[in-house]
Unconditional design. Structure first.
Length: 130
Protein backbone atom coordinates (compact mmCIF):
# COMPACT_ATOMS: atom_id res chain seq x y z
CA UNK A 1 0.00 0.00 0.00
CA UNK A 2 1.68 3.20 -1.17
CA UNK A 3 1.00 6.64 0.16
CA UNK A 4 -0.31 9.06 -2.43
CA UNK A 5 0.54 12.71 -1.90
CA UNK A 6 -2.59 14.86 -1.66
CA UNK A 7 -3.33 17.93 -3.71
CA UNK A 8 -2.83 21.43 -2.38
CA UNK A 9 -6.30 22.68 -3.27
CA UNK A 10 -8.92 24.05 -0.92
CA UNK A 11 -11.65 21.76 -2.20
CA UNK A 12 -13.04 19.28 0.37
CA UNK A 13 -11.53 16.25 -1.40
CA UNK A 14 -7.99 17.69 -1.27
CA UNK A 15 -8.40 18.76 2.35
CA UNK A 16 -9.70 15.30 3.28
CA UNK A 17 -6.68 13.65 1.66
CA UNK A 18 -4.26 15.95 3.51
CA UNK A 19 -5.95 15.30 6.85
CA UNK A 20 -6.00 11.54 6.27
CA UNK A 21 -2.29 11.58 5.40
CA UNK A 22 -1.42 13.61 8.51
CA UNK A 23 -3.47 11.25 10.70
CA UNK A 24 -1.67 8.27 9.14
CA UNK A 25 1.75 9.81 9.84
CA UNK A 26 0.84 10.75 13.41
CA UNK A 27 -1.00 7.57 14.43
CA UNK A 28 -0.29 4.61 12.12
CA UNK A 29 3.06 5.01 10.32
CA UNK A 30 4.81 1.94 11.74
CA UNK A 31 3.83 -1.45 13.10
CA UNK A 32 5.56 -2.70 16.23
CA UNK A 33 6.82 -6.23 15.51
CA UNK A 34 5.56 -8.93 17.82
CA UNK A 35 2.40 -7.15 18.94
CA UNK A 36 1.31 -5.93 15.49
CA UNK A 37 0.26 -2.58 16.94
CA UNK A 38 0.46 0.40 14.58
CA UNK A 39 2.08 3.52 16.02
CA UNK A 40 3.01 6.83 14.54
CA UNK A 41 5.00 9.96 15.05
CA UNK A 42 2.77 11.05 17.95
CA UNK A 43 3.81 8.12 20.14
CA UNK A 44 7.45 8.19 19.04
CA UNK A 45 7.92 11.95 19.40
CA UNK A 46 6.18 11.74 22.76
CA UNK A 47 9.26 9.93 24.05
CA UNK A 48 11.15 13.25 23.76
CA UNK A 49 10.24 15.24 26.88
CA UNK A 50 8.17 18.41 26.31
CA UNK A 51 9.36 19.12 22.75
CA UNK A 52 7.88 15.96 21.23
CA UNK A 53 4.45 16.54 22.73
CA UNK A 54 4.53 20.20 21.69
CA UNK A 55 5.40 19.33 18.08
CA UNK A 56 2.74 16.64 17.75
CA UNK A 57 0.15 18.91 19.42
CA UNK A 58 0.94 21.56 16.81
CA UNK A 59 0.46 18.98 14.05
CA UNK A 60 -2.85 17.94 15.64
CA UNK A 61 -3.88 21.59 15.82
CA UNK A 62 -3.23 21.84 12.08
CA UNK A 63 -5.84 19.10 11.55
CA UNK A 64 -8.32 21.17 13.59
CA UNK A 65 -7.43 24.25 11.50
CA UNK A 66 -8.11 22.34 8.28
CA UNK A 67 -11.44 21.20 9.76
CA UNK A 68 -12.27 24.84 10.44
CA UNK A 69 -11.55 25.64 6.81
CA UNK A 70 -14.01 22.89 5.84
CA UNK A 71 -16.74 24.69 7.78
CA UNK A 72 -17.24 22.25 10.65
CA UNK A 73 -19.50 23.62 13.40
CA UNK A 74 -17.81 25.29 16.37
CA UNK A 75 -18.88 22.56 18.80
CA UNK A 76 -17.11 19.94 16.67
CA UNK A 77 -14.00 22.12 16.49
CA UNK A 78 -14.07 22.53 20.28
CA UNK A 79 -14.35 18.77 20.71
CA UNK A 80 -11.43 18.24 18.34
CA UNK A 81 -9.37 20.88 20.17
CA UNK A 82 -10.15 19.16 23.46
CA UNK A 83 -8.93 15.85 22.02
CA UNK A 84 -5.62 17.45 20.99
CA UNK A 85 -5.22 19.26 24.34
CA UNK A 86 -6.03 16.12 26.34
CA UNK A 87 -3.50 14.12 24.32
CA UNK A 88 -0.81 16.80 24.75
CA UNK A 89 -1.37 17.33 28.47
CA UNK A 90 -1.47 13.68 29.46
CA UNK A 91 1.27 12.81 26.99
CA UNK A 92 3.57 15.30 28.73
CA UNK A 93 3.49 13.30 31.98
CA UNK A 94 6.79 11.40 32.28
CA UNK A 95 6.60 7.62 31.64
CA UNK A 96 2.82 7.32 32.09
CA UNK A 97 2.32 9.87 29.33
CA UNK A 98 4.40 7.78 26.95
CA UNK A 99 2.16 4.77 27.57
CA UNK A 100 -0.88 7.01 27.17
CA UNK A 101 0.39 8.19 23.76
CA UNK A 102 0.35 4.60 22.52
CA UNK A 103 -3.28 4.14 23.57
CA UNK A 104 -5.10 7.45 23.05
CA UNK A 105 -5.25 8.54 19.42
CA UNK A 106 -6.62 12.06 19.33
CA UNK A 107 -5.92 12.50 15.63
CA UNK A 108 -7.80 9.32 14.73
CA UNK A 109 -10.75 10.55 16.80
CA UNK A 110 -10.60 13.91 15.04
CA UNK A 111 -10.40 12.25 11.62
CA UNK A 112 -13.56 10.30 12.48
CA UNK A 113 -15.37 13.58 13.29
CA UNK A 114 -14.21 15.12 10.00
CA UNK A 115 -15.16 12.05 7.95
CA UNK A 116 -18.69 12.04 9.38
CA UNK A 117 -19.07 15.71 8.51
CA UNK A 118 -17.69 15.29 5.00
CA UNK A 119 -19.72 12.15 4.29
CA UNK A 120 -22.87 14.05 5.20
CA UNK A 121 -22.12 17.45 3.62
CA UNK A 122 -19.66 16.55 0.83
CA UNK A 123 -20.38 12.92 -0.16
CA UNK A 124 -18.30 13.27 -3.32
CA UNK A 125 -15.15 13.24 -1.12
CA UNK A 126 -15.67 9.62 -0.06
CA UNK A 127 -12.86 7.30 -1.01
CA UNK A 128 -13.88 3.73 -1.67
CA UNK A 129 -11.03 1.34 -0.94
CA UNK A 130 -11.15 -2.15 -2.32
Amino acid sequence: MGIELPGTGRDPASVRQRIELMEHVLERSFVIPGINRPVGLDALAGLIPVVGDFVTAAMGAWIVWEARNLGLPKWKLLRMGANVAFDALLGAVPVAGDAFDFLFRSNTRNLRIIRKHLDRHHPQTRIIEG
